[in-house]
Design a protein around this ligand. Sequence first.
Ligand SMILES: *Cc1c(COP(=O)(O)O)cnc(C)c1O
Length: 383
Amino acid sequence: MAKAFEQPIYVTRPLLPDITDVTERIKKVWDSKQLTNFGAQHDELSRQLENYLEAEHISMFSNGTMALLLGLKALKLTGEVITTPFTFPATVQALDWNNLTPVFCDIDPETFNIDADKIEALITEKTSAILGVHVFGNPCDVEKIQAIADKHNLKVIYDGAHAFGSKINGEPISSFGDMTMFSFHATKLFNTIEGGALTYNDPELGRQLDLLRNFGLANAEEVVLSGLNAKMNEVQAGVGIEVLQVVEGERRKRHTIKKAYEENLSDIDGIRILTGLEDESSSYQYFVIEIDEAVFGQSRDTVHQELQKYKVFARKYFYPLCSDFEWYSELPSARPENLPNAKRAVQQVLAMPYYGDLPIESVKAICEIIRELHVAQESVSQL
Ligand SMILES: *Cc1c(COP(=O)(O)O)cnc(C)c1O
């Protein structure tokens, strides 16, 4: 029988560079006496990320949600935006705050991303864009989505909060669509404590975003539009520079952990690994499984609860479904009968503990708990 862990194991831990490196970096900020408003750290991180993400252009923000909210604003969208219900609340809340109506499209049962084959049926004369999410770092069907957008003259924005540094057939994920948002929240692979960015190809968007994230100030005496305050400060950027130094090492460690999970889970009936991509295709952001109750013998919720008894805190990511938010209850596209795959996904997905310092022995022990739940069920059904 598996034993409970002595210390709780959480789904993630922030990637923390050496504190002496961070302290030296913050000392530079102190010496400069510039704490925010696009200083040296901001500009350096911006250049480094442009390189790392192979982005044409990048703008950084106080967090990913503000990046997305202002990115939608910069694209001057109106009316309806087709998106997925299987995402973090921020994706759809960024639409709400732009007075845009989300039109929920069901997800692909394999990738759990927006089902590109179901988008066209949802387009009306009010549709202005498609907002896809690269869920768990698995890329959306970018080719098909772009073809639909071109045919109907729509913008394409990606929420790439899970897709930092990942590639599609060798192409950087930031190069698809009109814009991609990245989140640098502490729980994401790359973090600036809080933070986010947009990448895009059109330099005109950069000028709009500069205004939008800084009160619409064109210069000290001219306010040209109604903006917000969404600047990344110097301490955030400085921490980011140090975190970026250790990202590659973290990806390598997570690769080993991923292999250990795969070795110990892939032969269990009713468990499917959703985050199978490797090397440059993977963001190494999450390790996520789908539990098919009919085959595995236990529901995802039971597995989630049982793991807690062993002090393992996996996460039902994403739960609840965004289309179930009370304020969308009048939307026809939010009706459960239109979203059968999303309805199923939200009951079956579990994000497992995943961070570089998670010992391989712990991974094996976690998998053993899951295996015992399955075996216990099998012996019951044979009675
Ligand atoms: C984390 C996350 C966000 C929000 O990013 P913040 O930087 O926390 O504002 C948005 N969308 C998805 C899919 C996320 O996982």
